[in-house]
Design a protein around this ligand. Structure first.
Ligand code: Q9C
Ligand code: ZN
Length: 624
């Protein structure tokens, strides 16, 4: 096994900087490199490393990831004046160019490749390259987020080519999502990309849907892209360790990488103005240490972000010290991950369950999602219930306007729809098992929800409407079975196989709805075998909270427990009970046994007689 740690650094990469006023970019300064290197000297770490010189990356190497057109654009910035530089920079998101940027970007690529060569040739066991500009945001045709060439992505392609590697692990512990790396290897099963990042339900830069945990890779690359989105700031040592223990490391040990590249950004460390996280420098020693146990110790750390100079340089030192195999520092803080971190971890594990044996026999993803009108009520729901953000507003308008242009103008209705569709979408995509959505226009919402189900490819949806509601639905083809539980006799519609009106008069203080559920609703539902159950609670409902909870509990036997409950108007008591029923934290409360009224018993019998030819599970007598 090779020994020694390479350190690659050159002053020249401090020779570019921001020339104009731009609060978005002014944190990316040359001092980031200078202070890191100074701190390494201070701890006498530089002299313990093997110094490897930098070189320029060649055009051919750069084009392993980038287009020649883009390369020419970057090249052209060398001779530009400030005004021209500013204009080119504006073509990209969070980028600035300087006349020396191109030279430094080539050195950053070359430094990274020198490190790969040193490790792959066995000259050293591992090493770190301190480079600017960083790389992980840059893309085939674009600079992005201070990044010009994608140093690490180029290095992975290079290592595959030059050394014939078949499995490379990229660990991106920078606080931002390295979407540039994700895009390059999305369909490539030979490169496993892992990134955790500040996400805040897509409210944090780069604001991408594809940074979420369900971006698992595409085509042959499915399972080889691991995103751990942090939905809260303040993640610390225990959260990072938990993500390593429960996501990255099990998968990495199963993957058996031949080389590890670390997109080593330290904006995920304490004090960083971008990340707002809490991990101390010692944490990076531990992360490094874990990764050193893989790939025969062949690890290349390449600097990405990190904007708090003190935190950055201490963390760099911790990384290098660990690469040099010094004893590990004690890790501080209470060792307990926060709830939000656990939830993210659970979600990634769920999303990757199909692809990794180590995750296969695991618990299902978050069980119940709830979209409620007043987010202030969120704390009243069981902790296992995930409160939803709405579906992308533009997406929704496009979807709705395809059917109903008028509706797009109604703000409140649209918001309701948004709730319902956001939750439904999660259920259909199996991100959650069941969901609750409040809606001021339950009937419209349900109509659209059903459309969405069939667009998605469902065959049979059982829709149980409690209360008075008119749904304009085509019920002939059997794709929907509509049951309406209402107080007054529906005279205008007659019962048919797929439309059933159940008259139920609730007895005050008697919870005997189970007669109807057991004697009629469940047998029909089980005969129908739906792919999804939608329960709609409308106005003038003839059922109390207990009855609705009971219905919800018992219908979970169908459709792999995929249930959507749409509730008209905000009734937090009801939402709470349904949430409890769905998450299984409590059983419904019936009170003492009380027989159903004569009227209700007769109604059940009438329906059973009427429909038992169609729905055979209704049969309980040999004579009829
Ligand atoms: N207001 C790296 O850490 N910030 N790049 C945009 C939006 C851009 C980060 C803020 C951050 C880029 C390598
Ligand atoms: Zn970053």
């Amino acid at each position: 096994m090779a020994s020694g740690t390479a350190l690659i650094y050159d002053d020249e990469m401090t020779s570019y900087k921001l020339l104009w006023d731009d609060p978005e970019c002014d944190i990316e300064v040359p001092e980031r490199l200078l202070s890191s290197y100074e701190q390494l000297k201070h701890y006498h770490l530089v002299e313990r490393c093997i110094h490897v010189p930098v070189r320029e990356g060649t055009e051919e190497e750069i084009m392993l990831v980038h287009s020649s057109e883009y390369l020419e654009v970057v090249k052209s910035t060398q001779t530009m004046n400030e005004e021209e530089l500013q204009r080119v920079s504006e073509n990209y998101d969070a980028v600035y160019f300087h006349p020396n940027t191109y030279r430094c970007a080539k050195l950053a690529v070359g430094a990274t490749l020198q490190l790969v060569d040193s490790v792959m040739s066995g000259k050293v066991r591992n090493g770190m390259a301190l480079v600017r500009p960083p790389g992980h945001h840059s893309q085939r045709n674009a600079a992005n987020g201070f990044c010009v060439f994608n140093n690490v992505a180029i290095a992975a392609q290079y290592a595959k080519r030059r050394y014939g590697l078949q499995r490379i692990l990229i660990v991106d512990w920078d606080v931002h999502h390295g979407q540039g790396i994700q895009y390059v290897f999305e369909e490539d099963p030979s490169v496993l990309y892992y990134s955790w990042h500040r996400y805040e339900h897509q409210q944090f830069w780069p604001l991408l849907r594809e940074s979420d945990y369900d971006a698992v890779g595409q085509g042959k690359g499915k399972g080889f892209n691991l995103n751990v989105p942090w939905n809260k700031v303040g993640m610390g040592n225990s959260d990072y360790l938990a993500a390593f223990f429960h996501v990255l490391l099990p998968v990495a040990f199963e993957f058996v990488p031949e080389l590890i590249l670390v997109s080593s950004g330290y904006d995920s460390g304490i004090g960083d103005p971008e990340g707002q996280m809490n991990a101390t420098p010692e944490c990076f020693a531990h992360l490094t240490h874990f990764l050193m146990q893989l790939a025969n110790g062949r690890l290349c750390a390449v600097l990405e972000g990190g904007y708090h100079l003190k935190s950055l340089s201490e963390s760099v030192c911790m990384t290098v010290k660990t690469l040099l195999r010094d004893p590990l520092p004690q890790i501080s803080g209470e060792m307990a991950p926060c709830l939000s971190a656990i939830e993210s971890i659970q979600n990634v594990r769920g999303a990757h369950k199909p692809y990794w044996k180590c995750l296969m026999y695991e618990v299902p993803p978050v069980k119940t999602a709830a979209a409620i009108v007043s987010k202030a009520d969120a704390h009243l729901l069981p902790v296992s219930v995930q409160v939803e953000m709405e579906m992308n507003a533009q997406e929704l308008k496009t979807f709705v306007s395809a059917f109903d242009a008028e509706l797009v103008k109604e703000e409140k209705a649209l918001l309701s729809l948004q709730n319902v569709l956001a939750v439904l979408d999660k259920i259909l995509k199996k991100k959650v098992c069941s969901g609750i959505a409040e809606s001021s226009v339950a009937s419209v919402s349900t109509t659209f929800a059903l459309k969405h189900c069939f667009d998605f490819g469902l065959q049979r949806v059982l829709c149980i409407v409690v209360g008075d509601m008119d749904l304009e639905l085509d019920l002939d083809d059997g794709k929907i079975l509509l049951m309406n539980i209402c107080q007054k006799q529906q005279t205008e519609k007659t019962n048919s196989k797929y439309y059933i009106s159940l008259n139920w008069k609730e007895d005050a203080e008697r919870n005997n709805f189970f007669c109807a559920v057991l004697g009629f609703i469940l047998p029909v539902a089980y005969s129908y075998q739906p792919d999804l159950v939608i329960i709609v609670i409308g106005p003038n409902r003839s059922l109390g909270v207990n009855g609705i909870s009971l219905l919800t509990c018992l219908l979970q036997g169908l459709a792999e427990s995929q249930i959507l409950v749409v509730i008209q108007d905000t009734e937090i008591k009801l939402v709470q009970s349904v949430a409890k029923a769905l998450s299984g934290v409590s059983t419904p409360d019936f009170g003492a046994y009380a027989p159903a009224s004569q009227e209700n018993v007769l109604e059940i019998k009438r329906l059973r007689d009427q429909l038992q030819q169609e729905w055979k599970m209704l049969r309980c007598s040999v004579r009829d």
